[in-house]
Design a protein around this ligand. Structure first.
Ligand code: MOS
Length: 750
């Protein structure tokens, strides 16, 4: 493979389409005769629908039909048919299944009309009579009722905590140095720029083309076919561009189900979009309660790790995350007790959100480590180096690579960490307290079997395709780079296509595994194409007929013998000589499980943060932040940097701004809009810097790629919390760190 494009900071190949507006999203594909749906959501958390009053809505000009549980067409009987690739154990939510309300915001009716405005207006006229039942939405009021999660198919990807070792409780009690606390995370809701939408094109009896906002076109295809009893080949799901997703598009959302249902029933094309408010009605990052108790000996070596986590879930599914395992993955300890439990509540199932579980569990962990270092009178970086490990103690496997020490060194250097006065409240700038804090992070480096196809045409241009996704991450670009380098071609002659269930199989795009998974698939397809090229060339020119694949190289002027550097045979010539005027190779990129299984594969990060704290107002401002990341080979430093920057911005948001506030009297999120759901604005984001410490990892995959969608977020909230402690001398363990908490008031003044 040539190394011409891989590793270069190449601008996004889809950049121009995006900034000029020619990139089309799910709600932008227009077809003649399109009808528009609009959803009505429940306003109670639990109970029964007694009656719909639909007359006024039906009378609105342009209304075609109103669907409720009473008149909706029947769909698959078995719960299993509704389980998508990312479904946790339990029974998936089925929209408008019956008269039962299981969460506030649940879709209960849908108007279909000639225009969006007519549907929306008609929906506003629908009133509903309910029988309200008692419900519970408060995790913290019922912590002692939490129980172990149920096991299911997905459990393999989200292993529960390992068995306890030693006696972590006892050793903690007798430890020379102790630290710990309780940590509360509020709910967060997904707010990518693009709203969820499905445009369902009715192609004739039982045949659909669906433009959907999703992280998995094949996942949605299988879901729709299973639920509506259609042939897989008659359901095509297309999703060429995704305006951010971050986990919200891993599972099919209710607008897909409802739009398909209406389209099949009416035998017409139907579009259903959510509004911003409805983005708060299908899942969220769960609220959690965590407790840590860590003990170290007099030298600062950790001897006891206790980390307990309780997350909320719905009454119908056991949504789980890896929350507590990270503690003993990152730090060695002879005694460790890790516990994880769930509390079912009357809410929608939680869903994955960027670094699900990682961003949750590493926060208490890295604050507790900071506190241990402080109590041991050690610098927090030195403390982490003293407790560094190359072994993941939850599985006793070596890390396939772990350049975290180098991350600490480079980021600390660039930050100027050596000038830090360790004493809290010792550093000031003007009338503000200055805080310097740091934390480290970890995320898995997974890989999934994925297929890709490489097609070389007689004009010498290459198209590579896979049903994978680019949700803004850079998949189009990095896959084009990989394909160009394997074929020795110029990037301008390579097109990568994705986001179409008709393309070769790809799993959902998540868990930071797309670069490794699809990259390996592209490699497999290109290596297959190389073999075919050589075989065809052998029929044309004598020297190639005896040549082995290792005897030749694939270059921008064509196929060439390595040895005597004979005249290259151009791809155009080879392909033109074929009957089909085309060479194709479709291959599966398999994870090398035999190699991988002996190791833990993970990415790591070190984050250094400066905050200014105005104590009079409790205002925390992040003035600068440096993140160093070790994530194997960096395919494209430009798109990779964007990934990490995005994670850092979200980290600031998670630490200081974001929280969905629940009014437990109604079981309803009250700030379900972008004016009251706080996210950072430009003024909140100052100097951000990213360092990549490359790792040469031959275990993860041939490309050495680990993936970076999530590692950029994980360590940011604890680094900010540690900086706030350094500035103020006050530990704020609950997220977000709002003004009232910094000012030490229990509740905000109203
Ligand atoms: Mo990511 S939360 O796996 O899309």
């Amino acid at each position: 493979m040539q190394q011409k494009f891989v590793g270069q900071p190449i601008s996004r190949v889809d950049g121009e389409a995006k900034v000029t507006g020619s990139a089309k999203y799910a709600a932008e594909f227009n077809v003649p005769g399109l009808r528009y749906g609009y959803v009505v959501n429940s306003t109670i958390a639990k109970g029964k629908i007694v009656k719909f009053n639909l007359e006024n809505a039906m009378a609105v000009h342009g209304v075609i039909k109103i669907y409720t549980h009473e008149n909706r067409p029947s769909t698959a009987w078995l719960s299993l048919n509704y389980a998508d690739m990312d479904a946790p154990p339990g029974k998936p939510f089925i929209p408008m299944h019956n008269n039962k309300i299981v969460y506030n915001g649940q879709p209960i009716a849908m108007v279909v009309a000639d225009t969006f405005e007519q549907a929306r207006y008609a929906a506003s006229l629908i009133t509903v009579e309910y029988e309200v039942e008692d419900f519970e939405t408060d995790l913290h009021a019922h912590l002692n009722e939490a129980r172990k999660p149920k096991k299911g198919l997905a459990s393999a990807l989200k292993p529960g905590p390992p068995k306890p070792k030693g006696d972590a409780d006892k050793v903690f009690e007798s430890s020379a140095i102790k630290a710990g606390g309780t940590f509360v995370h509020g709910v967060e809701h997904h707010n990518p720029m693009e709203l969820f939408a499905s445009t369902v094109v009715f192609e004739g009896d039982k045949k659909l083309t669906i433009y959907d906002k999703t992280q998995g076109s094949v996942n949605c295809q299988l879901y729709v076919a299973n639920v509506f009893g259609l042939h897989f080949k008659d359901v095509r799901v297309i999703s060429p561009y995704v305006g951010g997703a971050f986990g919200s598009g891993l599972r099919p959302n209710y607008q897909l189900f409802l739009a398909v249902m209406a389209s099949l029933d009416l035998k017409q094309s139907v579009r259903l979009s959510m509004n911003r408010h409805q983005m708060f009605t299908f899942g969220h990052r769960p609220a959690t309660y965590q407790q840590t108790k860590f003990g170290a000996d007099g030298t600062g070596k950790i001897q006891a790790i206790n980390h307990e986590g309780i997350g909320e879930t719905s009454q119908y599914e056991d949504y789980t995350e890896i929350v507590v395992n990270w503690s003993n993955m990152m730090y060695p300890s002879p005694n460790a007790k890790l516990q994880y439990k769930l509390l079912p509540l009357d809410m929608a199932s939680p869903m994955d959100m960027r670094a699900p579980g990682g961003a949750t569990g590493v926060h208490p962990l890295e604050i507790t480590i900071d506190e241990l270092a402080f109590n041991a009178k050690m610098d927090p970086v030195a403390f982490r180096l003293l407790n560094f490990t190359d072994v993941d103690e939850t599985t006793d496997k070596l890390y396939s690579s772990k350049e975290l020490k180098e991350c600490f060194r480079q980021a600390a250097d660039k930050f100027g960490w050596k000038d830090r006065n360790p004493e809290p409240r010792s550093m000031r700038r003007d009338n503000k307290l200055l805080g310097w804090g740091m934390a480290s992070g970890i995320w898995e480096a997974m890989q999934m079997p994925t297929r890709a196809e490489a097609i070389l045409n007689a004009d010498g241009k290459l198209t590579v395709r896979s049903a994978t996704c680019d949700m803004g991450t850079g998949t189009y670009t990095i896959m084009s780079q990989i394909a160009a380098d394997f074929m020795g071609m110029d990037m301008a002659d390579v097109t990568f296509e994705l986001g179409d269930s008709d393309m070769p199989f790809a799993p959902i795009s998540g868990g930071s595994f797309t670069a490794a998974s699809t990259g390996t698939a592209v490699q497999a397809a290109c290596l297959g194409l190389q073999k075919k090229l050589l075989k065809k060339a052998g029929k044309l020119v004598a020297p190639f007929s005896d040549a082995d694949i290792d005897d030749v190289e694939f270059t921008d002027s064509g196929l060439r013998l390595k040895k005597n550097g004979g005249k290259p045979l151009s791809y155009k010539e080879i392909v033109s000589a074929t009957k089909e005027k085309q060479l194709k190779s479709k291959n599966m990129g398999w994870p090398n499980v035999m190699k991988q299984r002996k190791y833990t594969r993970a990415t790591h990060s070190a984050v250094f943060v400066e905050v200014e704290v105005d104590e009079d107002f409790g205002i925390v401002k992040v003035t600068r932040m440096i993140t160093a990341v070790a994530a194997g080979k960096i395919l494209n430093p430009k798109t990779a940097r964007s990934q990490i920057l995005g994670g850092m911005v979200w980290g600031i948001s998670k630490a200081l701004r974001e929280e969905s506030v629940m009014d437990h009297r109604f079981g309803k999120f009250v700030n379900d809009n972008l004016s009251e759901y706080h996210i950072p604005v430009n003024a909140d984001i100052n100097e951000l810097d990213v360092i990549f410490v490359e790792e040469d990892d031959k275990i993860v995959n041939d490309l050495g790629v680990k993936g970076l969608g999530e590692i950029g977020l994980v360590a940011v909230p604890p680094a900010i919390a540690n900086a706030v402690f350094h500035a103020t001398g006050k530990r704020v363990n609950d997220l977000p760190i709002t003004m009232d908490k910094v000012m030490d008031r229990v509740a905000p003044l109203v």
